[in-house]
Write a protein that binds this ligand. Sequence first.
Ligand SMILES: [Zn+2]
Length: 255
Amino acid sequence: MGWLGFFRRRRLLRQPIPIHWYPWIDAYRPDVLALPSHLREEVLRRAFVMVAEKHWEGCGGMQVTEEHQVAIALQAGRVAACFPDEYFPEVLSILVYADAYVARTQQPIGGGLYIQQETPRSGEAWYRGPVIIAWNELASELRRSWPPRNVVIHEFAHLLDMRQGGQADGMPGLPSRELQSRWAETMPASWRELQHKCESGEPDVLDCYAATSLAEFFAVASELYFESPHTLRDTWPIVFENLNAFYRAHPSSLP
Ligand SMILES: [Zn+2]
């Protein structure tokens, strides 16, 4: 960050959270209002800076309002809150579609040939590229309490994961060797356990999309960690412990 950015950030951090934000906080991330005051302040500060500093762009005719920005930034702020000075500097732009959009991808099929595929998406995160969010997907996830999903948390979890070499592999930068080895031992085992459950049709709190790769396992488990921490702790206690050691977003003993 240059000097200009540094002074702008410092000025932002001194400003009060706008009063008209509070109904939106209540609508889109009400748990923040119940957090201990220092943690609440961290979430709101992260959201405030991200709303001001990111380039927000509506796609496919979407008009992005301040309310949309606040709703999205609050989710990202919740993920970032316990990492010092975390504002996702690698994300310059946040693109917002009204609804799920179609992404065109190329799949190699050998011999230098590719097939074009069109897949509907509700969000995407690109290494040093934009984050893309479908607004209606997020809004409907936030309106219902079950299943607990959150596309913004999912994509920002991928971003943290991608910082280790640009590829998401389900193992973000962890603060200690001890946690690294516990993670390497227990997360793949939990992921395989979920794969078995999905293959045998056994329902689980983790969506079977999490079984597709270790990176998706980490991103989907992160959604549950923030959206329904008790559920994750009670059903996947080791996964909860690992995520809590990484995000540190919940007190060690949940009420
Ligand atoms: Zn994903």
